[in-house]
Design a protein around this ligand. Structure first.
Ligand code: FO1
Length: 325
């Protein structure tokens, strides 16, 4: 069995950890994770890939579980020193251990390695038990058009999310570079040869949406014979963490599980979904998705621990078998 997961940061990493637990580690089944890279930024001259690192650290056992990002047993002395020098960008919490990842990545990219090669090299240490692929080796960055007392301007997603805590109303999201971006070299083959494709419960706009903004990825999803099942990132209209609700209202999608499914669209009508997992509380609201050609399954979606995530992953696979052509 070849399973491909499209994932962003924290929620996507916990879901994938559940899938790996469900399939055994190392899984008897090949798991490929296509990670969002539109959160990436260059800061202090370093190439930083927050979602790839969250996936790698979570699956490799190095994540600071309490924070949900960055390394465990972390200190921030270098960042404190940068702040003391008045260097701009110290709002981005760069940990001392995390810094090593960015130094290795930046050195390898500067030496001419692709982000795909770099990610493979970093994973040789972390052994995530999955094949972690950047969605693209080209630069794709989510920028946010905000309009606040500093006027209207576009800022990097991370600045919006961290420095302004998503308080400045996002007028629009722009996936800078996406139209020209090529998928990573192994991405389309993985999607076309998959037995099952899963959209993790990541942010539908800045994580899954960013992955889908790479044209060849969305067209591969529309062509692949594999069933595609997504997991709602909302539980009765609320995101478990993160800023999915603000992002959805910016793009005019109502904040409920059924609307997110319709936003992704059924593969029967030029979308990317065959099946959709919703929380128990959203079962009734999603019953009529079947008329749109999206089969649904309802179960508790709160990933309280690895076992809960494994149950959700297992139900994802069961629904995929149900909708398999
Ligand atoms: N998130 C924060 O809320 N504050 C931070 O200072 C912060 C630093 C950071 C450093 C490295 C990294 O890989 C992630 C980091 N994140 C931080 C999380 C990051 O903004 C999110 O993981 C995603 O980009 C959104 O899912």
């Amino acid at each position: 069995m070849k399973i491909v997961v499209l994932a962003g940061g924290h929620g996507g990493a916990r879901y994938t950890r559940g899938l790996r637990a469900e399939l055994g580690n190392p899984p008897a089944t090949e798991i490929t994770v296509i990670g969002n890279t539109a959160d990436d930024l260059v800061l202090h001259g370093l190439n930083i890939c927050p979602d790839l690192d969250t996936l790698m650290y979570t699956l490799g056992g190095g994540l600071a579980e309490d924070r949900g990002w960055g390394r465990s047993d972390e200190t921030f002395h270098a960042n404190e020193e940068l702040a003391a020098y008045g260097v701009p960008g110290s709002w981005f919490g760069l940990g001392d251990r995390d810094l090593a990842t960015h130094l290795v990545r930046t050195q390898m990219l500067t030496a001419g390695y692709s982000l795909t090669d770099v990610t493979e090299a970093l994973c040789a240490r972390w052994l995530p038990g999955v094949s972690l692929l950047p969605m693209s080796d080209d630069r794709v960055e989510t920028h946010v058009v905000v309009n606040d007392d500093e006027g209207q301007r576009a800022i990097h997603f991370q600045e919006w999310w961290i420095r302004y805590q998503a308080k400045s109303r996002a007028e629009r999201f722009i996936y800078v570079g996406a139209p020209e971006a090529q998928p990573g070299p192994e991405v389309v083959p993985a999607l076309m040869n998959a037995d099952c494709i899963l959209l993790a419960p990541s942010n539908p706009v800045v994580s899954i949406g960013a992955i889908l903004s790479v044209p060849a990825i969305t067209s591969a999803l529309k062509q692949t014979p594999a069933p595609i099942v997504g997991v709602s990132p909302l539980i009765s209209g609320r995101a478990v963490r993160g800023m999915a609700e603000q992002c959805l209202s910016t793009i005019g999608v109502p904040r409920d599980a059924a609307s997110v499914a319709r936003h992704y669209g059924s593969r029967q009508s030029d979308g990317v979904l065959d099946g959709w997992l919703v929380d128990e509380q959203d079962r009734d609201a999603c019953a009529d998705l079947a008329e749109d050609g999206i089969a649904t399954s309802a179960l508790p979606l709160l990933m309280t621990d690895v076992n809960a995530a494994a149950t959700i992953a297992s139900e994802s696979l069961r629904l995929a078998d149900r909708v398999r052509l």
